[in-house]
Design a protein around this ligand. Structure first.
Ligand SMILES: Cc1cc2nc3c(=O)[nH]c(=O)nc-3n(C[C@H](O)[C@H](O)[C@H](O)COP(=O)(O)OP(=O)(O)OC[C@H]3O[C@@H](n4cnc5c(N)ncnc54)[C@H](O)[C@@H]3O)c2cc1C
Length: 381
């Protein structure tokens, strides 16, 4: 294979396919997306599917809200049913510090048009009946949030991108980036060479290696996270919100007739291993005992592991490298990238085309760490 492309996108997860669709739909010809496995095979297919605008950082609120709008019109616009459940996100808060932080977040979200609100523990239990209110001080709820099917989003974007002329190469690994001075001239892959002057890195947890091919530092570290799925839960309300105990990080939402649940594991160390193990179960059971004892009676019927793609401040890296012409990147979403896929695709399209994006993304550039300007996000799960 010897190809010539205007743009080569590395990675076929939500970011790569969203960027491909946005570029191809804007009329950019010869867009080539390269994925070494199947589409969505990286973190995207392992995500819990949560979509929300309830963040502390204005950029994340705006990226989340913009994406929620796009998920809402995905069927008409991209032509794929993504199983969107607009059931809301419910954060359960048990310390005065959490309450103060979420109240500030709600105020900021409201100024940006997000209809989140603080609610009482009693109201939280009415929305999410499997929880106990013992020790709860308050909750924050946003009815526009929810969850949808990550693989459907990727396949929707990929099919629509192809329909607009983009080319998608699966089972093809990018192995190098050729440069002439500071100008990209080609990408080498396991299937041959692609002549191009533009690379967009959307390689998720593996982005550090892709950046290094062009001499660009992308500080992304992989961290395994696990998910469990339960047997059907009798009487589960179809409107059950994505429920998060902020103290323990235990979260759950409806998944078919059962539940999907997850939690962070402080014993996990950075690495690319995506095998499942049961070492997290005692801590998960402890969190359930504390916040949702009804979950302890449910049989686990399945589960999986995937990688968070963490940066030092747990916020995304989006921008264009100043040292190489033209290397763009959208990575390091630190566990909240699925929900930003649509908006980031739009932003990267505009960065590529030299248009002004709908928000100033420059504070998320990878250069912020060297400039000692981190961008921490407080509402992390
Ligand atoms: C358990 C879990 C739960 C999560 N829950 C949520 C959630 O509820 N909401 C949310 O917003 N986010 C969630 N996330 C995070 C979310 O999955 C990621 O932020 C998002 O999927 C990142 O998408 P991506 O396209 O950047 O990366 P990926 O989906 O990982 O795609 C990158 C792709 O690049 C490919 N690739 C890498 N190197 C190369 C190469 N050299 N050549 C070719 N291809 C290459 C990989 O094979 C991969 O397919 C969760 C993650 C996990 C693990």
């Amino acid at each position: 294979m010897n190809l010539r492309a205007r743009v080569v996108i590395v990675g076929g997860g939500v970011m790569g396919t969203s960027i491909a669709w946005h570029l191809a739909r804007a009329g950019v010809r010869d867009v080539v997306l390269v994925e070494r496995d199947e589409l969505a095979a990286g973190s995207t297919s392992r995500a819990a599917g949560g979509v929300r605008a309830q963040f502390s950082d204005e950029l994340n609120i705006r990226l989340g809200a913009r994406s929620l709008e796009a998920f809402g019109r995905f069927g008409q616009e991209v032509g794929q049913d993504i199983g969107l459940h607009r059931v809301g996100y419910l954060f359960l808060l048990s310390t005065p510090e959490q309450v103060a932080s979420f109240e500030a977040g709600v105020r900021l979200q409201n100024t940006l048009g997000v209809p989140s609100r603080p609610i009482t523990p009693r109201e939280a239990r009415d929305l999410s009946p499997l929880i106990t209110t013992d020790g709860l001080l308050a909750a924050a709820y946003s009815p526009d949030d929810g969850h949808c099917a990550p693989e459907a989003v990727v396949h929707g974007y990929a099919s629509a991108a192809r329909a607009h002329g983009a080319r998608i190469l699966r089972h093809t690994e990018v192995t190098g980036i050729e440069l002439d001075g500071d100008t990209i001239t080609a990408v080498t892959t396991t299937s041959g060479r692609i002549e191009t002057d533009t690379v967009i890195c959307a390689a998720g947890a593996w982005s550090r290696a892709v950046g290094a091919m062009a001499g660009v530092e992308l500080p992304v570290r992989p961290l395994r996270r696990q998910i469990a799925v339960t047997e059907p839960v009798p009487g589960l309300p179809p409107t059950l919100p994505m429920t998060i105990d902020f103290t323990t990080s235990l979260y759950f939402h409806g998944e078919g007739p059962g539940l999907l649940l997850g939690m962070s594991d402080p014993d996990e160390r950075p690495g690319f291993d995506t095998g499942t193990h049961d070492r997290w179960i005692p801590r998960l059971a402890e969190a359930m005992t504390r916040r949702a004892p009804a979950l302890l009676d449910l049989r686990r019927t399945g589960g999986w592991a995937g990688l968070y793609e963490n940066t030092p401040d747990h916020n995304a890296l989006i921008g264009e490298a100043p040292t190489v012409s033209r290397f763009l990147y959208a990575t390091g979403f630190s566990g909240h990238g699925f929900l930003q896929g649509p908006a980031v695709g739009e932003v990267v399209r505009d960065l590529y085309l030299g248009r002004v994006p709908f928000l100033d993304i420059s504070p998320l550039s990878a250069g912020r760490f060297a400039a000692d300007a981190p961008r921490p996000e407080a509402n992390l799960v």
